[in-house]
Design a protein around this ligand. Sequence first.
Ligand code: IMP
Ligand code: MG
Length: 334
Amino acid sequence: MIADVVVDLQYGDCGKGKVSHLLCEKNDYTHVIRYNGGCNAGHTIYHKGEKFVTHHIPCGVFYGVRSIIGPGCVVNVQQLFKEIEELQEKGIDTTGLIGIASNTHVITDFHLVEDKKDTSIGTTKRGNGPAYRDKYDRKGVRAEHVPELEDYIVDMYKELYENDNTPYSEVKILFEGAQGFGLDVDWGDYPYVTSSHCTVGSAVLNGVPPKCIRDVWGVAKIYETYVGAKPFEGPEPVFEEIRKVGEEYGATTGRPRQVNWMDFDMLKQAVDINGVTKLVVNKVDVLEKVKRWCLYSGINLFEFTKLDDMKKWISDELYDRHIEIMFSGNKDSI
Ligand code: IMP
Ligand code: MG
């Protein structure tokens, strides 16, 4: 068994959807598995030139690959069916491809009502926090107990280890993460975090041994964005410009994302803690358009006169990590 993991190194919205979609096109995965989060996520994917935003459904469906919502996720049944319908309407045939792990927890109407009351964190109001709370409080509802989901339920062990179509040794998984390191319930800026684990460890919890992990694709942006209640945006007018040029508005809620320069020290931590082997730094085209290239490290703000200098600085600082670094300025390629 082999597994590649896509993990976000900042606050989500760094382009995991794009990277997962490209990896899926280039590799012969047998499964794509979402390993954390729920429909708080919004993955923007350009497939054959058309824009899609997925919340629950892993990107395997675009290439006819089995796509599973893993036990680390929480699922909103109505949203899931709505998403399946939208994909079908736009010509993506999901028949027989989508599975939900029997032990995935569901987001109930009660969770939604509760999350709507949040004012302190700035959640997406999708019921995530209350659903995970009830899971850990042992009061939750598992997908296997929801009759509407019957046709989709899979036993993760059978799916991965006793699968009639794919012998164990031929299983090749792409783990598609949600949210990011800065929102991780343990490593993020608590309490301004989501309620799930957003690191590579979270993928392993979905039923795969650590030794199977091949590549960890860390995804970042050349600047940072964050959506939520804490003050995050820098004072300079350039951030407003970056928001416009970079189309930095939430894919799930439409909220304007707060913008700031890259926090390189956090990026380095996220690279190390996730064991990143391939690093994709997206949206370099945006800084090219606003013509400012800055990052924070320690107490310093470094300003560069051109993109190449910034790229070189980042590459030099990560040199001893021996990872492949790719800078991308394109919506549908790396
Ligand atoms: P929750 O996950 O809806 O509880 O929200 C907790 C925090 O995580 C809030 O600051 C949200 O804006 C943020 N968040 C949750 N999901 C995403 C995402 O997919 N992208 C970016 N931010 C997210
Ligand atoms: Mg997103």
